[in-house]
Design a protein around this ligand. Structure first.
Ligand code: ASP
Length: 320
Protein backbone atom coordinates (compact mmCIF):
# COMPACT_ATOMS: atom_id res chain seq x y z
CA UNK A 1 0.00 0.00 0.00
CA UNK A 2 1.12 3.56 -0.67
CA UNK A 3 -0.50 6.95 -0.22
CA UNK A 4 -0.14 10.65 0.39
CA UNK A 5 -2.41 13.19 2.07
CA UNK A 6 -2.00 16.95 2.24
CA UNK A 7 -3.65 20.08 3.60
CA UNK A 8 -5.54 22.24 1.08
CA UNK A 9 -6.54 21.98 -2.55
CA UNK A 10 -3.25 23.66 -3.50
CA UNK A 11 -1.45 20.35 -2.91
CA UNK A 12 -3.33 18.52 -5.68
CA UNK A 13 -0.78 18.93 -8.49
CA UNK A 14 2.04 17.97 -6.14
CA UNK A 15 0.37 14.88 -4.73
CA UNK A 16 -0.61 13.81 -8.24
CA UNK A 17 3.07 13.77 -9.15
CA UNK A 18 3.92 12.00 -5.90
CA UNK A 19 1.23 9.41 -6.53
CA UNK A 20 2.84 8.49 -9.87
CA UNK A 21 6.24 8.25 -8.24
CA UNK A 22 4.96 6.05 -5.40
CA UNK A 23 3.26 3.75 -7.91
CA UNK A 24 6.62 3.30 -9.60
CA UNK A 25 8.32 2.46 -6.31
CA UNK A 26 9.79 5.82 -5.25
CA UNK A 27 10.58 6.39 -1.61
CA UNK A 28 8.25 8.37 0.66
CA UNK A 29 11.11 10.90 1.04
CA UNK A 30 11.46 11.62 -2.67
CA UNK A 31 7.70 11.62 -3.27
CA UNK A 32 6.86 14.06 -0.48
CA UNK A 33 9.73 16.42 -1.35
CA UNK A 34 8.55 16.53 -4.97
CA UNK A 35 4.97 17.20 -3.85
CA UNK A 36 5.87 20.03 -1.47
CA UNK A 37 8.25 21.62 -4.00
CA UNK A 38 5.42 21.79 -6.54
CA UNK A 39 3.45 23.92 -4.07
CA UNK A 40 6.48 26.05 -3.18
CA UNK A 41 7.19 26.77 -6.85
CA UNK A 42 3.66 27.85 -7.82
CA UNK A 43 3.55 31.61 -7.44
CA UNK A 44 -0.21 31.96 -7.08
CA UNK A 45 -0.29 30.14 -3.74
CA UNK A 46 0.25 33.06 -1.44
CA UNK A 47 1.20 31.24 1.73
CA UNK A 48 3.90 28.81 0.63
CA UNK A 49 7.24 29.38 -1.08
CA UNK A 50 7.48 31.67 -4.10
CA UNK A 51 4.70 34.25 -3.94
CA UNK A 52 4.23 33.72 -0.19
CA UNK A 53 3.02 36.79 1.67
CA UNK A 54 5.65 38.86 3.47
CA UNK A 55 6.10 39.89 7.10
CA UNK A 56 5.34 43.40 8.31
CA UNK A 57 8.64 44.65 6.85
CA UNK A 58 7.75 43.23 3.43
CA UNK A 59 10.20 40.35 3.65
CA UNK A 60 9.18 36.77 2.87
CA UNK A 61 10.36 34.55 5.75
CA UNK A 62 9.76 30.84 5.25
CA UNK A 63 9.41 27.90 7.64
CA UNK A 64 9.63 24.25 6.60
CA UNK A 65 10.23 20.76 7.96
CA UNK A 66 10.94 17.23 6.84
CA UNK A 67 10.69 14.08 8.96
CA UNK A 68 11.53 10.47 8.18
CA UNK A 69 9.20 8.20 10.14
CA UNK A 70 11.49 5.19 9.96
CA UNK A 71 14.73 6.69 11.32
CA UNK A 72 12.94 9.62 13.04
CA UNK A 73 15.47 11.91 11.31
CA UNK A 74 14.12 15.41 11.25
CA UNK A 75 15.25 18.68 9.75
CA UNK A 76 13.67 22.12 10.07
CA UNK A 77 14.23 25.70 8.96
CA UNK A 78 12.67 28.81 10.45
CA UNK A 79 12.50 32.33 9.04
CA UNK A 80 14.68 31.56 6.02
CA UNK A 81 14.78 34.18 3.25
CA UNK A 82 15.46 34.03 -0.46
CA UNK A 83 15.78 30.31 -1.08
CA UNK A 84 13.49 28.59 -3.55
CA UNK A 85 12.75 25.32 -1.78
CA UNK A 86 12.88 25.37 2.01
CA UNK A 87 11.58 21.78 2.18
CA UNK A 88 14.67 20.50 0.37
CA UNK A 89 16.92 22.36 2.80
CA UNK A 90 14.96 20.82 5.69
CA UNK A 91 15.38 17.36 4.17
CA UNK A 92 19.12 17.85 3.83
CA UNK A 93 19.30 19.07 7.44
CA UNK A 94 17.48 15.91 8.56
CA UNK A 95 20.54 13.92 7.53
CA UNK A 96 22.93 15.91 9.73
CA UNK A 97 24.02 14.30 13.00
CA UNK A 98 23.31 17.54 14.91
CA UNK A 99 22.27 21.11 14.01
CA UNK A 100 18.99 19.82 12.55
CA UNK A 101 16.90 22.94 13.15
CA UNK A 102 18.40 26.16 11.78
CA UNK A 103 16.84 29.62 11.69
CA UNK A 104 17.41 32.89 9.84
CA UNK A 105 20.96 33.72 8.81
CA UNK A 106 22.29 30.34 10.01
CA UNK A 107 19.81 28.47 7.83
CA UNK A 108 20.70 30.69 4.86
CA UNK A 109 24.43 30.09 5.32
CA UNK A 110 23.82 26.34 5.42
CA UNK A 111 21.66 26.47 2.29
CA UNK A 112 24.24 28.58 0.50
CA UNK A 113 27.07 26.27 1.47
CA UNK A 114 25.16 23.29 0.13
CA UNK A 115 24.32 24.93 -3.17
CA UNK A 116 20.57 25.37 -2.78
CA UNK A 117 18.94 27.67 -5.30
CA UNK A 118 18.69 31.29 -4.26
CA UNK A 119 15.63 33.17 -5.40
CA UNK A 120 13.95 36.43 -4.49
CA UNK A 121 10.71 35.00 -3.11
CA UNK A 122 8.85 38.32 -3.05
CA UNK A 123 6.62 38.56 -6.12
CA UNK A 124 4.92 41.63 -7.59
CA UNK A 125 1.59 40.10 -6.61
CA UNK A 126 2.69 39.68 -2.99
CA UNK A 127 3.79 43.32 -2.98
CA UNK A 128 0.29 44.38 -4.06
CA UNK A 129 -1.22 42.31 -1.24
CA UNK A 130 1.17 44.00 1.17
CA UNK A 131 0.40 47.46 -0.15
CA UNK A 132 -3.36 46.84 0.03
CA UNK A 133 -3.07 45.61 3.60
CA UNK A 134 -1.16 48.75 4.59
CA UNK A 135 -3.81 50.93 2.93
CA UNK A 136 -6.57 49.02 4.74
CA UNK A 137 -4.78 49.44 8.06
CA UNK A 138 -4.45 53.17 7.66
CA UNK A 139 -8.11 53.38 6.67
CA UNK A 140 -8.75 51.86 10.10
CA UNK A 141 -10.86 48.95 9.01
CA UNK A 142 -10.90 46.17 11.53
CA UNK A 143 -7.77 44.15 10.94
CA UNK A 144 -6.83 40.88 12.49
CA UNK A 145 -3.17 39.89 12.50
CA UNK A 146 -4.34 36.61 11.16
CA UNK A 147 -7.03 35.58 8.76
CA UNK A 148 -7.27 32.26 7.01
CA UNK A 149 -4.56 29.64 7.09
CA UNK A 150 -2.75 28.01 4.25
CA UNK A 151 0.33 26.01 5.16
CA UNK A 152 0.98 22.90 3.13
CA UNK A 153 1.48 19.87 5.38
CA UNK A 154 1.75 16.31 4.11
CA UNK A 155 2.09 12.70 5.23
CA UNK A 156 3.31 10.02 2.83
CA UNK A 157 3.57 6.23 2.86
CA UNK A 158 5.60 4.26 0.31
CA UNK A 159 5.35 0.64 -0.87
CA UNK A 160 8.08 -0.41 1.55
CA UNK A 161 6.09 0.85 4.52
CA UNK A 162 8.31 3.89 5.12
CA UNK A 163 6.54 7.10 6.02
CA UNK A 164 7.50 10.79 5.91
CA UNK A 165 5.94 14.10 6.80
CA UNK A 166 6.79 17.57 5.53
CA UNK A 167 5.55 21.14 5.80
CA UNK A 168 6.24 24.47 4.10
CA UNK A 169 4.84 27.93 4.74
CA UNK A 170 5.44 31.65 4.64
CA UNK A 171 3.63 31.74 8.01
CA UNK A 172 1.27 34.52 8.96
CA UNK A 173 0.89 37.50 6.68
CA UNK A 174 2.26 40.63 8.40
CA UNK A 175 3.93 38.60 11.14
CA UNK A 176 6.71 40.20 13.13
CA UNK A 177 10.14 39.58 11.68
CA UNK A 178 11.56 36.47 13.31
CA UNK A 179 8.17 34.97 14.19
CA UNK A 180 8.16 31.19 13.72
CA UNK A 181 4.93 29.19 13.76
CA UNK A 182 4.11 25.53 14.32
CA UNK A 183 5.03 24.30 10.85
CA UNK A 184 8.73 23.58 11.49
CA UNK A 185 8.11 22.44 15.08
CA UNK A 186 8.10 18.69 15.61
CA UNK A 187 4.90 17.38 17.18
CA UNK A 188 3.02 20.60 16.41
CA UNK A 189 3.08 21.20 12.64
CA UNK A 190 3.94 17.58 11.83
CA UNK A 191 4.96 14.21 13.23
CA UNK A 192 5.43 10.78 11.71
CA UNK A 193 6.40 7.33 12.91
CA UNK A 194 6.44 4.55 10.31
CA UNK A 195 5.36 2.08 13.00
CA UNK A 196 2.12 4.01 13.40
CA UNK A 197 1.39 6.88 11.00
CA UNK A 198 1.76 10.62 10.70
CA UNK A 199 -0.16 13.89 11.00
CA UNK A 200 0.31 17.48 9.90
CA UNK A 201 -1.35 20.78 10.72
CA UNK A 202 -2.32 24.10 9.28
CA UNK A 203 -3.84 26.88 11.32
CA UNK A 204 -2.86 29.42 13.91
CA UNK A 205 0.61 28.21 14.87
CA UNK A 206 0.50 29.91 18.25
CA UNK A 207 -2.47 27.70 19.21
CA UNK A 208 -1.44 24.48 17.41
CA UNK A 209 1.81 24.59 19.39
CA UNK A 210 -0.08 24.81 22.68
CA UNK A 211 -1.44 21.31 22.10
CA UNK A 212 1.27 19.55 20.03
CA UNK A 213 -1.71 18.43 18.01
CA UNK A 214 0.14 16.43 15.33
CA UNK A 215 1.88 14.34 17.95
CA UNK A 216 -1.36 13.87 19.84
CA UNK A 217 -2.99 12.39 16.71
CA UNK A 218 -0.09 9.98 16.17
CA UNK A 219 -0.31 8.99 19.83
CA UNK A 220 -4.03 8.27 19.50
CA UNK A 221 -3.39 6.19 16.37
CA UNK A 222 -0.72 4.31 18.29
CA UNK A 223 -3.39 3.49 20.88
CA UNK A 224 -5.36 1.88 18.06
CA UNK A 225 -7.53 4.65 16.70
CA UNK A 226 -8.32 5.03 13.02
CA UNK A 227 -6.79 8.28 11.64
CA UNK A 228 -10.26 9.79 11.25
CA UNK A 229 -11.22 9.09 14.84
CA UNK A 230 -7.83 10.31 16.06
CA UNK A 231 -8.06 13.59 14.12
CA UNK A 232 -11.59 14.30 15.29
CA UNK A 233 -10.86 13.52 18.91
CA UNK A 234 -7.65 15.56 19.05
CA UNK A 235 -9.05 18.62 17.27
CA UNK A 236 -12.43 18.64 19.01
CA UNK A 237 -11.03 18.19 22.49
CA UNK A 238 -8.22 20.68 22.09
CA UNK A 239 -10.51 23.26 20.51
CA UNK A 240 -12.90 22.91 23.47
CA UNK A 241 -10.02 23.04 25.94
CA UNK A 242 -8.66 26.27 24.46
CA UNK A 243 -12.12 27.82 24.53
CA UNK A 244 -12.54 26.83 28.17
CA UNK A 245 -9.20 28.18 29.27
CA UNK A 246 -8.78 31.15 26.94
CA UNK A 247 -12.29 31.87 25.62
CA UNK A 248 -11.17 31.31 22.06
CA UNK A 249 -9.40 28.83 19.84
CA UNK A 250 -7.45 29.63 16.70
CA UNK A 251 -7.99 27.90 13.36
CA UNK A 252 -6.80 24.31 13.42
CA UNK A 253 -6.96 21.83 10.55
CA UNK A 254 -5.20 18.49 10.68
CA UNK A 255 -4.68 15.63 8.25
CA UNK A 256 -3.35 12.16 9.06
CA UNK A 257 -2.50 8.81 7.49
CA UNK A 258 -1.54 5.55 9.15
CA UNK A 259 0.88 2.92 7.89
CA UNK A 260 -1.96 1.02 6.20
CA UNK A 261 -2.79 4.02 4.02
CA UNK A 262 -6.00 4.80 5.94
CA UNK A 263 -6.47 8.53 6.37
CA UNK A 264 -8.39 11.17 8.28
CA UNK A 265 -8.94 14.89 8.64
CA UNK A 266 -10.50 17.24 11.19
CA UNK A 267 -10.87 20.99 11.39
CA UNK A 268 -12.54 23.65 13.52
CA UNK A 269 -13.20 25.99 10.59
CA UNK A 270 -15.54 26.21 7.60
CA UNK A 271 -13.99 25.98 4.17
CA UNK A 272 -11.11 23.60 4.75
CA UNK A 273 -10.03 21.37 1.86
CA UNK A 274 -7.47 18.60 1.56
CA UNK A 275 -6.06 16.33 -1.12
CA UNK A 276 -5.38 12.62 -0.93
CA UNK A 277 -4.16 9.81 -3.18
CA UNK A 278 -3.58 6.15 -2.32
CA UNK A 279 -3.09 2.89 -4.14
CA UNK A 280 -6.90 2.55 -4.03
CA UNK A 281 -7.88 6.14 -4.72
CA UNK A 282 -6.95 8.53 -7.52
CA UNK A 283 -5.83 12.02 -6.42
CA UNK A 284 -8.96 13.63 -4.98
CA UNK A 285 -9.80 16.95 -3.36
CA UNK A 286 -12.26 16.83 -0.46
CA UNK A 287 -14.10 19.72 1.16
CA UNK A 288 -14.86 19.50 4.85
CA UNK A 289 -18.46 20.38 5.74
CA UNK A 290 -20.55 20.41 8.90
CA UNK A 291 -24.17 19.28 9.24
CA UNK A 292 -26.77 21.03 11.45
CA UNK A 293 -25.56 19.14 14.51
CA UNK A 294 -22.01 20.26 13.92
CA UNK A 295 -20.96 16.81 12.74
CA UNK A 296 -18.14 16.90 10.20
CA UNK A 297 -18.39 15.21 6.81
CA UNK A 298 -16.47 15.27 3.52
CA UNK A 299 -17.61 16.09 0.01
CA UNK A 300 -15.58 15.53 -3.14
CA UNK A 301 -14.91 18.97 -4.67
CA UNK A 302 -17.07 19.55 -7.74
CA UNK A 303 -15.68 20.57 -11.10
CA UNK A 304 -17.27 23.97 -10.62
CA UNK A 305 -15.55 24.41 -7.25
CA UNK A 306 -12.22 23.40 -8.75
CA UNK A 307 -12.56 25.78 -11.70
CA UNK A 308 -13.58 28.62 -9.46
CA UNK A 309 -10.64 27.92 -7.14
CA UNK A 310 -8.06 28.43 -9.86
CA UNK A 311 -9.91 31.41 -11.26
CA UNK A 312 -9.91 33.25 -7.95
CA UNK A 313 -6.29 32.33 -7.18
CA UNK A 314 -5.02 33.71 -10.48
CA UNK A 315 -7.44 36.65 -10.92
CA UNK A 316 -5.74 39.99 -11.57
CA UNK A 317 -5.10 41.86 -8.35
CA UNK A 318 -6.08 45.52 -8.10
CA UNK A 319 -3.81 47.90 -6.23
CA UNK A 320 -5.88 50.04 -3.87
N1 ASP B 1 0.46 27.28 10.74
C1 ASP B 1 1.05 28.40 10.06
C2 ASP B 1 1.75 29.28 11.03
O1 ASP B 1 1.24 29.52 12.11
C3 ASP B 1 0.07 29.22 9.32
C4 ASP B 1 -0.79 28.50 8.36
O2 ASP B 1 -1.11 27.34 8.54
O3 ASP B 1 -1.16 29.16 7.38
O4 ASP B 1 2.79 29.79 10.69
Amino acid sequence: MYGIIATWRMALEGITEADKMLKEGSSAGDAIETAVKAVEDFEYYKSVGYGGLPNEEMEVELDAAFMDGTTLDLGCVGGIKDFANPVSIARKLSKEPVNNFLVGAGAEKYAHRHGFERKNMLTERAKIHYHNRVVETSANTELKPYSGHDTVGMVCLDCEGNMTSATSTSGLFMKHPGRVGDSPVSGSGFYVDSNVGGASATGLGEDVMKGCVSYEIVRLMKDGMHPQQACEKAVKEFDADLKRRRNKAGDMSLIAMNNKGEWGCATNIEGFSFAVATENEDPTVYLVKFDEDGKQYFEVASKEWMDNYMKTRTAPLVRK
